[in-house]
Design a protein around this ligand. Sequence first.
Ligand SMILES: Cc1cc2nc3c(=O)[nH]c(=O)nc-3n(C[C@H](O)[C@H](O)[C@H](O)COP(=O)(O)OP(=O)(O)OC[C@H]3O[C@@H](n4cnc5c(N)ncnc54)[C@H](O)[C@@H]3O)c2cc1C
Length: 434
Amino acid sequence: MAQSWDAIVIGAGIIGASVARELAAKGFKALSIDRLPAASYGSTSNSCAIIRPYYSTVHGSAVAYEGHYYWADWENFCGVTDELGMAGYNNCGCMVMKTEHNDFLEGILKVMDQIGCPYEELTPAQVRERVPPISTHSFDHPRRTDDPAFGEPRGREVRGAVLFPKGGYISDPQLAGHNVQRAAEAKGATFRFNTGVTAIRRNGDQVTGVTLDNGEEFDAPIVVNVAGPHSSKITEMAGLTGTMRITTRALRHEVAHVPSPEGYDAEKDGYVFSDSEIGAYTRPETGNHLLIGSEDPACDEKEWVDPDDYMTEFTGMWTTLVMRQAQRFPDIRIPNTARGAVDLYDVTEDWGPIYDKSDLKGFYLAIGTSGNQFKNAPIAGEMMADLIEACENGRDHDADPVSFRLRHIDHEIDMAFFSRNREINENSSFSVLG
Ligand SMILES: Cc1cc2nc3c(=O)[nH]c(=O)nc-3n(C[C@H](O)[C@H](O)[C@H](O)COP(=O)(O)OP(=O)(O)OC[C@H]3O[C@@H](n4cnc5c(N)ncnc54)[C@H](O)[C@@H]3O)c2cc1C
């Protein structure tokens, strides 16, 4: 006989575990299933886990800014002691270069004013004072390394940068995910690892449960797709492909780790640094390293992949990332062995997530996190639980969208913003920046 649950969450990454936790907190008998051996072993484990408040829209920025307060109070928020320890938030601040590409941050600063998020504008000289190894030459826009103009300063300086003090990074995203698992268990959720979902069962227009790769069947009137880069496969299993305006697909990304420039203690003095002139972002990494990621510049081809069949080794992109960053940090030390991570984003057309119901009753979506939703995971869990509870109590979220109050910054979010059927956000950066 099939085991029965109130709710099954497919995927125990940081967002899946957060959804399980919040459903359990509302009294649902929740089961989280993951095909990997432990929580957050999927794309969460390789997340750069940057916490930053700036996005292209007011709603996107408000949720991200709210996220800072959850991470700043992580132990209390989790409310448990994890035997592996608690993830730490390095609130070092985020510095963003003013570039032509980001309209010198004028639009973003207006959004920051609207949500009350603090920032400090810096001149090039002030940037150099804060980050001594940096070059403030302008490079105009990102280039491929085979472009003859690559690395050539344009003969002038950048305009400056903006420092957002309420930001930073989590150095161990997998541990953060484990913390959420323990917090979810404390609320009554159950986790099941090493078992993959192979089928979603339905009766007419109502979901009824899942079938696992070992043949087991679990029944539930609520099933939530939080399968990260595999989300489109789960959507397909539910028979929902083609039913949503916004879709998801897996995008391969590389992240490089290199030693910091000589004499610079990145872990003590460094910032998260985003720079659309060179198409790269960086943050301090354990061992006085710099972590370097791509901001998806237009000159790079996107690597859409099958999440079950993609190359996990580094390619020339690793070298490109390091060379791009070396434009800003000319004294960067480049090791002869590539270190870092290769993993997948689950990307939507406008690089914003889907937190929504679906056309199948009882089947919900927390997908399309587009390389930028780690920071929002605890809020995504709360929003999804509110949405699920409302829909299960008869609310038609499509016609009468649920709203969610961001309690720390006192801002109301209309969850239609995350709809599977929204218009594409034309203000998006169409990159990991969202
Ligand atoms: C390289 C990289 C850098 C990033 N940097 C940042 C950043 O700096 N800041 C930020 O905010 N965000 C960042 N992100 C994004 C962030 O990490 C993700 O949005 C977040 O981790 C997604 O969590 P999740 O729980 O939705 O997915 P995942 O962690 O991918 O979890 C999905 C889980 O579903 C499981 N699963 C899949 N299919 C099945 C199945 N059939 N049956 C059972 N289980 C299944 C998988 O095993 C997996 O564990 C980054 C992501 C990557 C890859």
